[in-house]
Design a protein around this ligand. Structure first.
Ligand SMILES: Cc1cc2nc3c(=O)[nH]c(=O)nc-3n(C[C@H](O)[C@H](O)[C@H](O)COP(=O)(O)O)c2cc1C
Length: 355
């Protein structure tokens, strides 16, 4: 079997795998460039690169400069395809998108919020615009708005199901019944809703599925259902190239299925994480003191938030997992070793061929 390529607007990647953007600082230059060097699309996360104790101006400057540094570093390590991931709820999202484009990024992945203004920020048609959606309803809404306001359509859609890691586009009630929102159910609905726009713009809108994709067999199943590729996050965390602390990776290796839980994030969305001592302490303490001069997230209700999600994620990144939040996908408990990106991709591709 030939490995199908993934075409997204101006990109054609040799393998149908996107490494999902992972904040805070989980997917930066080292991981994304390693994935791009293996023929996939590597995604740099733009989230949480500032200093949470800094003032607005300082925070924005630091995060802008840090993002430019990661983009330049990634570009110096690969000629392959790179994307940058953004969350719509970031206070400085527009600035970071412009910064990425100026630094030569050609694919913008936008989740956690509706990208209604995105085509207005990015005029260069060679920059691929790829919203993350969790249903056909949201896909239809975005495509309809873009069509009416800007006469353009998406270069691709990432359909993220309920088994993914990080913040999730489903309610807590929906997450109690993940089988009702499985990718197998959602994908045909999304493929149906994009037809109108594919016809109107005479181009394919590739749909890339993510959330719980673990091995080559899963990739084969998604492709057979009509996905053009997959987005994977969790499996890339336990690679040598992923820049998080060893403690973060060890938490994945130690996790059992029952340790993986749904949390209420201060972002206002549910998230999936490993139940560690940080989360257990929270149950007892209730609310922690938060210093927040900047307000990095537009929707974070600082007075009501139990903890600062940015700080908790940064702590884990640096290895202080006892005071940190460890986001992961539902299948994290299945990982039992740290391997290189090359080894992981080879394993996935041989599984895909066999399937
Ligand atoms: C540690 C971690 C952090 C993540 N952070 C983000 C993020 O900042 N933005 C985003 O759009 N998705 C984020 N995700 C989701 C991934 O990009 C990916 O779509 C998802 O994890 C796919 O599911 P999988 O982990 O089961 O492969 C994160 C996932 C993980 C595991």
């Amino acid at each position: 079997m030939e490995i199908p390529k993934l075409r997204i607007g101006s990109f054609t990647s040799d393998i149908p795998i996107i490494q999902g953007g992972m904040g805070v600082r989980v997917s930066l230059a080292s991981l994304s460039s390693a994935v791009a060097n293996e023929g996939g699309i590597g995604t740099i996360s733009s989230i949480g690169l500032g200093d949470i104790e800094a003032s607005k101006q300082e925070y924005e400057r630091i995060s802008r400069e840090a993002l430019i540094k990661e983009i330049r570093k990634a570009k110096s390590k690969t000629d392959g395809h790179l994307a940058v991931n953004f969350m719509g709820v970031l206070s400085n999202v527009d600035d970071l998108i412009k910064t990425s484009i100026d630094a030569g990024i050609k694919m913008i992945v936008f989740g956690a919020g509706l990208p209604t203004k995105l085509p207005d920020l990015v005029h260069d048609p060679s920059v691929n615009l790829v919203p993350i959606v969790s249903s056909a309803r949201v896909a239809e809404l975005i495509l309809r708005i873009w069509d009416k306001r800007y006469e353009r359509t998406a270069d691709g859609l990432i359909l993220e199901g309920p088994l993914a890691g990080g913040h999730l586009g489903f309610s807590e009630e929906q997450l109690e019944h993940p089988e009702e929102y499985s990718l197998e159910k959602l994908l045909p609905e999304v493929l149906e809703c994009i037809k109108t726009y594919e016809d109107k713009y005479a181009r394919k809108i590739p749909v890339i599925t993510g959330g719980g994709i673990y091995d080559g067999k899963d990739i084969a199943r998604m492709l057979s259902l009509g996905a053009s590729g997959v987005q994977m996050g969790t499996r890339f965390v336990c690679t040598e190239e992923c820049g998080v602390s060893l403690e973060f990776k060890q938490a994945y290796l130690d996790a059992k299925e029952e340790d993986i839980v749904i949390i209420k994030s201060p972002v206002g969305m549910p998230g999936r994480a490993i139940k560690n001592s940080f989360l257990k302490d929270l149950e007892v303490k209730g609310k922690m003191k938060i210093k927040c001069p900047y307000r990095c997230l537009t929707i974070c209700k600082v007075d009501k938030a139990q903890y600062c999600v940015a700080l908790a994620l940064v702590n884990s990144y640096f290895g202080d997992v006892d005071h940190g939040l460890i986001f992961c996908g539902q299948n994290a408990y299945r990982i039992n070793k740290i391997i290189t990106v090359k080894e992981l991709i080879q394993e996935l591709l041989s599984g895909l061929k066999a399937a």
